[in-house]
Design a protein around this ligand. Structure first.
Ligand code: XCC
Ligand code: SF4
Length: 646
């Protein structure tokens, strides 16, 4: 990397050197990025930011003035509470639908495996397949894997329907939690049913009781967490393998100047799995060599990246805000996308380079991309076709424009719950012991996205550092993974950055203080771990010293995740304010009222150092509640808000 790309002018946007360098190049070459577009949107609409605008029907659009001067009701008579609640419910439904429709695609693939109609997919984890079948009450004795796959897939399809009174995975939650859901009327029945009902209820003139709307929003989120997402994780493990700990690398330095580079971007592992297989095909490697490349190098972005990092050790080029920047390296022959979190802007950025963008799912097309219809029945063939396109594009690369700005950083990935329990000797007891004796105070899931409103990765990394220093074990998923990975927090040696108790536990087990649990649908691994700990101790999840945080979230999916995490009894701190502040009633319900119903609430705190204090106080309160050694929460002092957020 030549010194003229030090990127020093871009420290406000990100904490990362690779981002700085790429932003400097973008600026010099007149390439627009997400930060430029955010600046052009200023000032963003105040009504929308507070959640009090409504465009659900064509008597509107309407807006309610939260300061009491302008109109207080929409044309139909909806007040701020109804409008905010309806908007939030629709956001949660969209997020839940995204995760669950992804789960459906995996489920259809399992069904095809059962029918024997695929050229590449198979059951990789027969034991897990049979465990799941047993959970669904299916007999497996004397049946082949293929027969079990067909029967299980057929049965799981009913999770999306309307015959069930409750989703089977709800049975994984502690009894006390299930009773809370039943009593409150939020036990999820069918995945599609709850999503459709959420859209129905929020049509003009249906559910006009804002509390009732929000309770159904919770039910919809639970159909994601204990339904669609959980199914996606379990079936991806069944088809592609349950992750086990291994080393890999992260940041733009994982791109190779001497190889054909393919970026895997999106969320669904079906396609990326076959690309991994195709990239190792001797015939394709030979083709790459004939073009003067050493071979084919794959790198992930967003959650597709997390999926293949967890299972295959494929390195990560970056998180959400890196998707345009990886193209600006000039080293990417092809970016293949499936769905979710793929900015329409990437095809525009790609036009400035030789990079090809290939879309693959008929439900996610991009103007400017080449579309190759993905069909799981011919997965490997299509995977090879795409990799071949990348190889053929290698000679269009302009060597003088290749700028790979940094050296990659190592990280450890692959902590499925099975792997964590395996490392602990098959039972959660050692983890429970460490929590009971206080060497680990508690555990926190740091999840979610980047958002250009927050200095990239600052929220994730500062919060993580403050927590591990104070002996709180951190688990990460989604784009938080890349942030903490790049900061060097996800290698066993990072135990040195942890407090003495957590450090000793990590060193004894040879694990980092920050464990990678996977993609965003894999947040359900956190639910499964929390349920296992709670069941082991004979308490509800809400009694445990746990918390969640989404310091830089942007997506509707993140709101659905936050909702099911809180409804599962885990206190959650958001770093970006959701558009609800136009209704003080809704805010009070989310930040206080939910405590009495679900034993957990939301908090909003953009400053990660202050968020860490909120979480540590919460953990100490929960420890005291369990009769464990606990600090007086008030002695954990709250710093002044100071971190400069972009
Ligand atoms: Fe998307 Fe899942 Fe958010 Fe990253 S973390 S920006 S949702 S890729 Ni899920
Ligand atoms: Fe306005 Fe009511 Fe229609 Fe919303 S539903 S746009 S508040 S009239």
């Amino acid at each position: 990397m030549s010194p003229e790309f030090s990127g020093n002018g871009y420290k406000k946007q990100s904490i990362n050197k690779d981002t700085w360098a790429m932003l400097e190049i973008a600026h010099q070459e007149g390439i627009e990025t997400v930060w430029d577009r955010l600046a052009k949107q200023q000032p963003q609409c105040g009504y929308c930011s507070l959640g009090t605008s409504c465009r659900i029907c064509s008597m509107g659009p309407c807006r309610v003035d939260p300061f009491g001067e302008g109109p207080q009701k929409g044309v139909c008579g909806a007040d701020a509470d109804i409008i905010v609640a309806r908007n939030l419910a629709r956001t949660i439904a969209a997020g839940a639908a995204s995760h669950s429709d992804h789960g459906r695609d995996i489920l259809e693939t399992l069904y095809r495996v059962g029918e024997g109609k695929t050229d590449v997919y198979k059951v990789s984890e027969p034991a897990k397949l049979r465990r799941l079948a047993a959970e669904y009450g299916l007999a497996t004795d004397g049946k082949t894997d293929q027969q079990v796959a067909a029967a299980l897939a057929w049965e799981m399809m009913e999770d999306f329907g309307m015959r069930r009174e409750r989703l089977p995975f709800v049975g994984r939650a502690p009894k006390a939690r299930q009773e809370i859901w039943d009593k409150t009327g939020v036990t999820p029945r069918g995945i599609d049913r709850e999503n459709v009902e959420a859209l129905h209820r929020t049509h003009m003139g249906v559910d006009n009781d804002w509390v009732n709307i929000l309770l159904h929003a919770v039910r919809t989120s639970l159909s994601d967490g204990w339904g669609g997402s959980m199914l996606a994780t379990e079936l991806s493990d069944t088809l592609f393998g349950t992750p086990t700990p291994h080393m890999s690398q992260v940041n733009l330095g994982v791109l190779r100047a001497d190889m054909v580079n393919i970026i895997l971007h999106g969320h669904n592992p079906m396609l990326s799995e076959v690309i991994v297989a195709a990239s190792q095909d001797p015939e394709i490697i030979q083709l790459a060599q004939s073009k003067g490349a050493k071979g084919v190098n794959l790198a992930g972005v967003c959650c597709t990246g997390n999926e293949v990092l967890m299972r295959k050790g494929i390195p990560m080029a970056g998180n959400h805000l890196m998707q345009e920047l990886c193209i600006i390296t000039g080293a990417v022959e092809l970016m293949v996308v499936d769905y979710q979190c793929i900015m329409p802007a990437v095809t525009e950025t790609a036009r400035c380079f030789h990079t090809k963008v290939v879309s693959t799912f008929d439900k996610a097309k991009f103007p400017g991309a080449e579309h190759i219809h993905f069909d799981p029945e011919h997965g490997l063939e299509i995977g090879k076709q795409i990799v071949r396109m990348a190889v053929e594009n290698f000679n269009n690369r302009v060597p003088g424009r290749v700028r790979i700005p940094v050296e990659p950083v190592p990280l450890m990935s692959g902590f499925s719950i099975e792997a964590i329990l395996g490392a602990l000797g098959g039972t959660p007891q050692p983890l429970v012991d460490a929590i009971v004796n206080g060497s680990i105070r508690g555990a926190v899931g740091i999840v979610g996205c980047n958002n250009p409103k927050i200095k990239q990765d600052l929220g994730h990394t500062e919060l993580t550092k403050r927590l591990i220093e104070n002996d709180v074990l951190v688990v990460v998923t989604g784009c938080a993974t890349v942030a903490d990975g790049k900061a060097g927090l996800m290698v066993p040696a990072a135990a040195d950055l942890a407090g003495p108790g957590l450090r000793a536990v990590c060193k004894a087990l040879g694990i980092p203080p920050v464990l990678h649990l996977g993609s965003c649908v894999d947040n359900t691994r956190i639910l499964v771990l929390a349920a296992a700990l709670a069941n082991h101790l004979g308490v509800d999840i809400s009694a445990l010293p746990l918390a969640g945080a989404a310091p830089e979230w942007y997506s509707e999916k993140a709101v659905a995740i936050g909702a099911y995490v809180v409804a599962s009894g885990i206190y959650t701190v958001l770093g970006v304010a959701p558009p609800v502040f136009g209704s003080l009633n809704v805010v009070k319900l989310l930040t206080e009222g939910l405590e009495g119903v679900f034993g957990a609430t939301f908090a909003v705190e953009p400053d990660p150092n202050r968020a860490a204090v909120l979480i540590r106080r919460h953990i100490e309160r929960k420890r005291a509640g369990l009769g464990l050694s606990a600090l007086d929460p008030e002695t954990i002092s709250m710093p002044e808000a100071e971190l400069a957020l972009a």
